[in-house]
Write a protein of this length. Structure first.
Lengths: 119, 119
């Protein structure tokens, strides 16, 4: 059930290569990937779990409301991350020329479905 | 000279409350702020320097190209961060209802000016 949501996100967002439903412990519940050279999406997910833990800690210190979304853009990829609840988050990795706006919209929309599926 | 660029960014982006030119050591070179309740922009900058160091480390491990941009959206604010070079980055803090697209565009455009001014 998780995978079909992740697949919808990847297939509908232009230029997406993978999406993962992850725990903050770095362990993926489920993921959907398209073949893509030069990136290990499993590794991406694990590493970004560490980043997200750091962001969450920072947001708590700053008291600026709950962490909702993190976007990291590098030379080759854009990674979008959305917090789902205290334990889980979802990532979406886009090629650099992917449709960022649409990806962001889809991830926000499907987060509600993922949250329901997790409950 | 830095401050006038930071002021341009804040005044032109709809809903921005502050911008800072920062070192990865958490020390600000310069900043421009509008009065805003409930947020300590100095503290935001220092804390996000730690986040950015973590992101940079992750991006190096993943070999997905240079880190360019990080966006963190919380319940009350959106913080945009752009890497300028190995030592410095610039942050822009927006109210939640601020114009994200315009802020992102301005920060990208003015990063070139900041990079020149730093050289």
């Amino acid at each position: 059930m998780f995978r079909s949501i992740l697949r919808d996100i990847v297939e509908q967002a232009g230029g997406a290569i993978g999406s993962a439903l992850m725990g903050y412990d770095g362990i993926a519940i489920d993921q959907y990937e398209k073949p893509c050279e030069g990136i290990d999406l499993q590794l991406v997910a694990v590493e970004y779990a560490n980043v997200l833990k750091e962001v969450r800690k920072t947001v708590e210190i700053l008291e600026t409301g709950e962490m909702e979304e993190v976007v990291i853009r590098t030379g080759r990829f854009t990674v979008l991350i959305r917090a789902l609840n205290d334990d889980y988050f979802v990532t979406l990795t886009l090629k650099r020329d992917g449709n960022f706006g649409k990806a962001r919209y889809l991830l926000a929309r499907e987060s509600a479905r993922l949250r329901e599926a997790l409950a």
